[in-house]
Design a protein around this ligand. Structure first.
Ligand SMILES: [Zn+2]
Ligand SMILES: [Zn+2]
Length: 392
């Protein structure tokens, strides 16, 4: 870190901002109009922009600019100037983060005076670790601020922020090319998951057999069930986790938003559930041979043989999309992070239950595909499979 005092803060910051490639995060209580326009212009070139600023008269022109922006990677949050509000402590923080490699903290506002006229003291952070630290500070500030504004019970059109989640990479309008039919209902569910990587090494006493295993597992916070899922494991391994802000636009108000609360209280509980699962899955019966014959014995790995390498927790955004075409009504579950369809089921038109596409059977009279429970067999010699409608 370098500390610099002088009237030329802008000469350190502006060239970095101009050359941003992935993101610019700004916390400045006052922002000049020309600087706001610069940020908007960079955002149009696909740089993620996040801004924390305050609700002061000086900012009125820039706030009206921000309000009109609909880009999905342009985010801003406003600090209200309420003297009773504890968030007022942030009024004096000025933070600038550019990509992963550069950050400035200090006294300079993003205004003409702050950048070119006033004597300011700024700290330059030019390595990844330092920038990461400031990024966390910024995020914490952001989450605190947003959290105060958010009433989860009334998320209708509000801004919702979810800690430790993945970025949501696509919006309902992008479903059209994934789904072969007309969309009937869309729900975004935020599901809590824990993830672990493990290895284990078990031995059968007095036998020269070793059992080694390793892998990864997922634990649903909704129902405390451990399972193995490559799609979700993939997310934990390949996506950088970060806090996200999800903004629901008013024109997309025709879908439902649900947050599933986690029933797992802490990582110790997750750890215990993972270990129990691994012990159970790796227990097996083997035969021990004696002179008089062989006897079944049960091998149960000791808990101490299981090594949990890593545990993570995250909220995974999942889209549940109901849609229909001429043939049937379907439901697909799509991961919000990468758009991967993780399962598709079809509704039985007679009972409304969901089934795998392949398990529906066509009625011998009308040809409609229904579930096995909604089909009856009729006829003595030539059995016909008949749907409920045709049997009446
Ligand atoms: Zn049915
Ligand atoms: Zn029929």
């Amino acid at each position: 870190m370098r500390t610099i005092s002088g009237t030329d803060s802008g000469t350190y910051l502006m060239p970095k901002i101009e050359s941003a490639r992935t993101r610019i995060w700004v916390c400045s209580p006052w922002i000049g109009e020309e600087y706001a326009k610069k940020l908007v212009q960079l955002n149009n070139g696909n740089v993620e922009v996040r801004i924390i600023t305050s609700n002061v008269d000086y900012n009125l022109p820039i706030l009206s600019i921000f309000k009109s922006i609909t880009n999905r990677n342009f985010y801003y949050t406003i600090l209200e100037q309420n003297p009773d509000d504890k968030s007022r402590v942030f009024v004096h923080s000025k933070i600038y983060i550019v990509d992963d490699s550069f950050a400035i903290t200090g006294s300079a506002n993003l205004t003409f005076s702050g950048m070119n006229k006033n004597v300011e003291t700024i700290n330059l952070h030019e390595n990844y670790e330092e920038v990461q630290k400031i990024e966390r500070e910024f995020m914490k500030l952001w989450m605190d601020l947003e959290h105060k504004k958010t009433d989860i019970s009334n998320v209708g059109l509000d801004v919702v922020n979810i800690k430790n989640s993945f970025p949501i990479s696509f919006y309902p309008k992008d479903f059209s090319n994934k789904i072969n039919g007309k969309i009937k209902k869309i729900e975004l569910i935020l599901k809590p998951y824990s993830y672990c990587e493990y290895s284990y090494h078990g031995t059968i006493p007095n036998a020269k057999s070793n059992f080694d295993g390793k892998g990864n597992l997922v634990l649903s916070g909704e129902n405390k069930i451990v399972f193995s899922d490559n799609n979700i494991s993939d997310l934990f391994m390949n996506y950088e986790k970060k806090d996200i802000i999800y903004k629901k636009n008013s024109q997309e108000s025709d879908w439902v938003f649900t947050i599933k609360e986690s029933k797992i209280s802490n990582s110790r509980e997750a750890w215990a559930l993972f270990v129990d699962y691994i012990v159970d899955k790796n227990s097996f019966t083997y035969f021990k041979t004696y002179r008089s014959g062989s006897y079944p014995r049960k091998f149960v790995p000791r808990k101490g043989d299981v090594n949990i390498i890593k545990i993570d927790y995250s909220i995974v955004p999942t889209w549940i999309v109901d849609y229909y075409n001429d043939l049937a009504t379907y439901q697909s579950i799509i991961l919000g992070t990468n758009g991967k369809i993780i399962s598709t089921q079809v509704y039985c038109p007679d009972c409304g239950q969901k089934y795998l596409d392949s398990s529906l059977i066509a009625c011998d009279i009308c040809g409609k595909k229904v579930c096995p429970r909604c089909l009856t067999e009729k006829g003595l010699i030539f059995k016909k499979k008949i749907c409920r409608t045709c049997s009446h």
